[in-house]
Design a protein around this ligand. Sequence first.
Ligand code: NAP
Length: 164
Amino acid sequence: MITLITGVDKNFLIGNGIMLPWPKLPADMAFFREKTLGKTVVMGAVTFESLGKALPGRKNIMLSLTPLKASLDKTNITVYDSIAPVLELAKTEEIMIIGGRRIYKEFIPYADKIYVTFIDDDFTGDVYFPMTAVDFFSWKKTAEIVREADEKTPFKLTFTTFEK
Ligand SMILES: NC(=O)c1ccc[n+]([C@@H]2O[C@H](COP(=O)([O-])OP(=O)(O)OC[C@H]3O[C@@H](n4cnc5c(N)ncnc54)[C@H](OP(=O)(O)O)[C@@H]3O)[C@@H](O)[C@H]2O)c1
């Protein structure tokens, strides 16, 4: 099973350069951790560069056609040069696709579930999720939890689950 997990702003923005457009959002980080811990996470080379190292407590897969930069920590990361081995793994386990745009786009046709955290603000950036509200019409919204802003996470978040 293939599951995407992403955070988007009001305009479906997901990135600014190689970074996230927003400051750290502890409530969303906790949600991401809860949904991915103990599972296999798959990311693109740009997203891995942004993280700088593998995520602990998860099997990490990075997709890339080029050798990893020498400065990056290669511990606990498996590199594949195509999506085929990931699709094979997905026959027996839930694979979490964690971004970025290119990787989401490649896996959307195979995805059964998408977790979207809607962040209720406009941010600055240049990378957008490859789906907009219209594209979600063919998906069923199966869960929606609204979390009001607080001091640590100063934006309203809506944790939404879409299923095929
Ligand atoms: N808001 C969120 O939830 C979220 C989550 C993750 C990332 N992001 C943001 O998304 C942005 C990055 O997205 P992006 O689209 O630029 O990059 P990306 O998807 O992270 O990585 C793209 C790279 O992955 C490799 N790749 C992609 N498809 C491949 C394939 N089929 N086989 C082998 N390698 C493949 C290529 O690397 P090589 O060039 O090395 O071959 C490609 O350049 C950043 O701004 C990041 O902060 C946001």
